[in-house]
Write a protein that binds this ligand. Sequence first.
Ligand SMILES: [Zn+2]
Length: 267
Amino acid sequence: MKKNIFFLILLILLLLEVSSCNSDEKRIHPKFAITRNDLEEMTSNLPDRIKASILSRPQVFLEYIMEMLKEPQDIFQLIDKKHSLPSNYVPGDLVSLQKYDLTTSKRNLYLRRILMPDLLAMAEAARIAGTEIILSSTYRSFEYQKRLFDYYVKTEGIKKAERESARPGHSQHQLGTAIDFGSIEDSFINTRQGRWLAKNAWKFGFSLSYPRGEENITGYKYEPWHYRYLGRAACYLIRNFFGNSQQVFLEFYGKNEKIFKEKLLNP
Ligand SMILES: [Zn+2]
């Protein structure tokens, strides 16, 4: 009798184990056909800290991925030391900033129309907080970037030029979604504008591209003035899951974008 009870308990434990395995195979978000195992596989190459934070809150993570999938996907294109744009790439929706209520340090600045609502909202929020946002450099053509990079090489040498400027085709500025603010100097972070942006830009969809201490990942030295527009959902993910690393996030998203799209239910 005692033996039978023992085996009964063992059977129940086994059944519980099997059913918990099965629940692992269930979807972890109502709108995605993604299981925990799928997500573990997709995040397997990420640093442990990032992976753990995604796996501990998979629904929040996928909810924001779902928001990103509604955006035009070209705003997430990885442009870095290894990935480039064709020399003839010019964004189709560039607008002149001249007639907008924005402060610029130069004339003839252009950006993609897609980011204007968030940029204007950010400038207004800064103004209300008593800070003026100043735009110094925005869209740059391939040819302009070539002249700029050549100038850096000539005046500073190739090694310094590589750390501080992008080769033509490799600049986020050619995307029409990158902005340099203020003085374009390290001391920018100690200005009112620099501090305000560091704290608030992500809320409006602007992400710092080259953070302090990430030169080994991005190839560029710290640039407190250079932001790239990625939209609010991507910025939430970068801040809350990716330790503020735009580079690691865009590499991950680029690798998995197709899977996320395919696994999205009834888009
Ligand atoms: Zn820049």
